[in-house]
Design a protein around this ligand. Structure first.
Ligand SMILES: [Zn+2]
Length: 185
């Protein structure tokens, strides 16, 4: 095998590993089912943001529907926008996530590689999936109803939804320590 094809095989395997890893992150059984799909599309950069709609000629402007100040790319919408960064910060604080990265792949990979228990990582990733879903929902609310849900009420709603989901699918084999951690949320 000459070096060119070795490189190609390596890249293919790397891409395959990345897909498997993302599958595990996104199709987490503790995540709320309707959150998983939006999390998946966000990770792939496939949501129809204003920037994409302008690019294909559907929309005349690409401004973020939440702040109206910057182009609505995935990166801006989920991390850089002042509204979403407050959401994200609120949920990270709630779940004790200290990572400061402003990039979805890095954030999720960092959580998965962290030193917490498997259960706690799954709960945190379910929380991140819920934020992504809610930001997209609030953004769509702006588009269709021209109203923005308040950040504090959205954070409370995310917390309630995630806890409800977890209570319904709580694994039987979690340790007492994990159970206490979950009950303290
Ligand atoms: Zn914005």
């Amino acid at each position: 095998m000459h070096s060119y094809s070795v490189k190609k095989v390596y890249e293919k395997l790397k891409g395959e590993q990345e897909r498997v890893l993302w599958g595990k992150i996104v199709w987490n059984r503790l995540s709320i089912p309707k959150n998983r799909f939006i999390h998946w599309l966000a990770a792939l950069g496939k949501l129809q943001t204003a920037e994409k709609l302008k690019h294909i000629g559907v929309s005349a402007n690409d401004l973020c529907l939440l702040c109206g100040s910057y182009a609505e790319t995935h990166q801006h919408l989920f991390f850089n926008c002042k509204f979403s960064s407050e959401f994200m910060q609120g949920i990270k604080l709630w779940l004790g996530v200290k990572a400061r990265t402003l990039e979805l792949h890095q954030l999720c990979r960092g959580i998965r590689r962290g030193s917490r228990t498997k259960f706690q990582k799954q709960v945190i990733l379910a929380g991140i999936a819920a934020v992504i879903y809610y930001i997209w929902r609030v953004r769509n609310g702006c588009y269709w109803n021209h109203k923005v849900e308040s950040i504090s009420s959205s954070i409370k709603r995310i917390q309630a939804d995630v806890k409800l989901r977890l209570a319904a699918v709580l694994p039987n084999n979690i340790t007492n320590r994990d159970k206490q951690w979950f009950l303290s949320l």
